[in-house]
Design a protein around this ligand. Structure first.
Ligand SMILES: [Ca+2]
Ligand SMILES: [Ca+2]
Ligand SMILES: [Ca+2]
Ligand SMILES: [Ca+2]
Length: 620
């Protein structure tokens, strides 16, 4: 449907009354304009704008034409000129009566004035005018102060140490109009912690003021926020546990009063799991706690201090008792420890590993080992006799027995001496050398001397004393047998006087001397006694005759001797004394002959001695 909007004419009247004229014409086209595309009319009225429009919906064959009247104006009259009419006017105090140039009472401000035109628009084609006269509404005497709508007391949580921004809505209203209004502190202000009073003041044009107040309380109801480390696990540094440092912190929206953790960072935490509890309190007394755990666990095995490999000398065939020191240590503590074989054990000859094992209370185990070597480096020793001196038992020397024994700490594997005991040792000094070996190849030797010597002098076998009767003036030849003997052997021997010698009257000792190679000298003796025949003087007389003396001498000497011999053999013992006399006589003759040179001194001596011997035997 096509429609035409005609020219809007605005008439401005100065003074108390203002006339507004809406004038126009409508298109002749039949039909209606569609709601809401109704034509709009606008006219300025002073600084205000009055708008009008054709209503949207035809009613009862009419369309409303609406004009909005500002509230500070009141309509005093309305006039319509133009085609149609009269038209029905409603609003702003009209009561539905249709007339023109209608006057209004003064209390119809802020209303909508409408009148209704016919829907036969063609009749308005020639133009029409609506004239509205208004006047400013009289200003009444205003004694009513503005009033406030304020919120109830407000309580909010602080959002920072500065407090909190608080928004609120406070509205002032007035029977006439609020000319100014404000609240302090304003909405959106930052309210500090605590309670503040907001005071609102409003004024109206008549100078009336209205106030209201309410309180804004900012309080800290938010507990501190705690930042905890992750749970901590570590090894102890001593039996007491470990010193653990950690970082825990707290923040608060307003401010912290206290913060602390138990146990504190830097404390010594015992082995096991300890819960650390941190507590923070803010200045408002809100408290927060948080926890984490510290686990101290021993994962480190004990360590050993063991000796270097040990080498010891065997003390018996079983080996040797070996003592050693090995100790285990652990950061926390050694629960058990031992070494095998234990110190003080008897270690066999050879190399034996010693293994030490220790455990801590956490079950960690540590081991170490070292070797113990027992060896035999000691040679066998000998017990040999002192040098032996024995007497030769034959020219070959002597059989010599001795005792020599070898011993070894571990054991003698072989031993021998040379020459062996029981050997025949030659005269002289013979070294005996003994050698022994042990299983380890160590050899020990010793030696001593065996000396076989001849200290025994030769002995003699001599006859018993020998008595013989002189066979001549010189005595008698005596033979005997004397035999030396020596264990080893006599190297020289002789008897003196020798057998076969002529022994003179009387007793002579025969001395025999023998020597062996060792220089030992053996002697023996026996007596050889040459006596005279007491029954005859024949030997004397024969001796004289054997001297070959001149006859006279011989006769003078033989005469008494023969007489004596007759006296001896006359079987008359009473004549024996005469024998002595005859021998004395003989001696006189000897002396005489000697003196006369008939015989030599030597001859005389022979004769004298022989005669004396007979006398002695006879007991003269
Ligand atoms: Ca807080
Ligand atoms: Ca440990
Ligand atoms: Ca040995
Ligand atoms: Ca000898």
């Amino acid at each position: 449907m096509k429609k035409s909007i005609l020219v809007l004419i605005i008439v401005l009247l100065l003074g108390a009354l203002t006339t507004t004229v809406f004038a126009g014409s409508l298109a002749t086209e039949s039909g209606d304009w569609a709601y809401p595309n109704a034509p709009t009319f606008t006219a300025a009225l002073g600084s205000q704008t009055i708008t009008g429009s054709l209503g949207p919906t035809p009613t009862d064959g009419q369309d409303p034409f609406n004009v909005n009247i500002p509230s500070n104006l009141e309509v005093t009259s309305v006039a319509y000129s133009g085609p149609g009419g009269p038209h029905n006017l409603v609003g702003c105090g009209l009561t539905g009566t249709s007339n023109l140039n209608q006057s209004f009472s003064a209390n119809n401000s802020g209303c909508q004035l409408s009148w209704f035109i016919n829907t036969n628009f063609a009749e308005y084609a020639s133009g029409w005018t609506v004239t509205i006269v208004t006047q400013n509404k009289p200003v009444p005497t205003d004694t009513e102060a503005p009033s406030w709508s304020v919120p109830a007391n407000i309580t909010v949580s602080a959002t920072s140490a500065a407090g909190a921004v608080v928004n609120y809505t406070a509205t002032a209203s007035d029977n006439v109009g609020v000319t100014s209004s404000s609240c302090s502190p304003a909405s959106g202000s930052t309210f500090t912690i605590g309670t503040a009073t907001v005071t609102c003041t409003a004024a109206d044009a008549a100078g009336n003021t209205g106030t209201a107040s309410f309180t804004v309380t900012v309080e800290d109801t938010t507990p501190p926020n705690l930042t905890m480390p992750a749970d901590i696990t570590l090894d102890p540094t001593s039996a007491a546990g470990a010193v653990v440092n950690y970082t825990a912190s707290a923040t608060d929206n307003v401010g912290l009063a206290t913060f602390g953790c138990v146990p504190a960072s830097g404390s010594t935490f015992a082995i096991g799991t300890t819960t650390v509890t941190c507590t923070a309190t803010d200045v408002a007394g809100n408290t927060a706690t948080a926890t984490f755990t510290v686990t101290v666990e021993d994962t480190t095995a004990p360590t050993w201090t063991v000796p270097a490999d040990i080498t010891e000398e065997a003390t018996s065939a079983s080996g040797a008792v070996v003592n050693y020191t090995a100790s285990a240590s652990d950061i926390v503590g050694v629960a058990s420890s031992s070494c095998s074989p234990v110190s003080g054990s008897t270690f066999a000859i050879g190399t034996t590993p010693v293994t030490c094992t220790a455990a801590d209370a956490a079950g960690n185990t540590g081991t170490a080992s070292f070797n113990v070597t027992v060896e035999d480096t000691t040679a066998p020793t000998w017990t040999v006799p002192a040098d032996i001196t024995e007497e030769a038992t034959s020219a070959s020397g002597a059989v010599v027995n001795y005792t020599a024994s070898a011993s070894d700490i571990v054991g003698v594997a072989s031993s021998s001496c040379s020459p062996v005991s029981g050997s025949t040792f030659a005269i002289g000094t013979t070294p005996v050398t003994c050698t022994a070996a042990d299983a380890a190849g160590n050899t020990g030797t010793a030696s001593f001397n065996v000396t076989v010597e001849d200290t025994i002098a030769p002995t003699w076998t001599v006859p018993a004393d020998i008595s013989v009767i002189a066979t001549g003036l010189s005595g008698a030849v005596v033979s005997y047998t004397a035999t030396p003997s020596d264990i080893v052997g006599a190297t020289s021997s002789s008897c003196s006087p020798a057998s076969g010698s002529t022994f003179y009257l009387g007793t002579v000792a025969v001395t025999c001397t023998a020597q062996d190679a060792a220089g030992n000298t053996g002697t023996a003796s026996f007596n050889v006694t040459v006596g005279v025949d007491t029954g005859s003087t024949g030997t004397l007389s024969q001796g004289i005759e054997n001297m070959g003396l001149p006859n006279g001498v011989e006769n003078s000497l033989v005469g008494p001797v023969n007489q004596a011999d007759r006296l001896l053999n006359d079987n008359n013992p009473s004549n024996d004394g005469a024998v002595c006399n005859k021998l004395d006589e003989f001696l006189v003759h000897v002396a005489d002959n000697l003196a006369e040179g008939g015989i030599t001194q030597a001859q005389a001596d022979l004769l004298i001695n022989f005669a004396h011997a007979i006398q002695t035997e006879l007991g003269c």
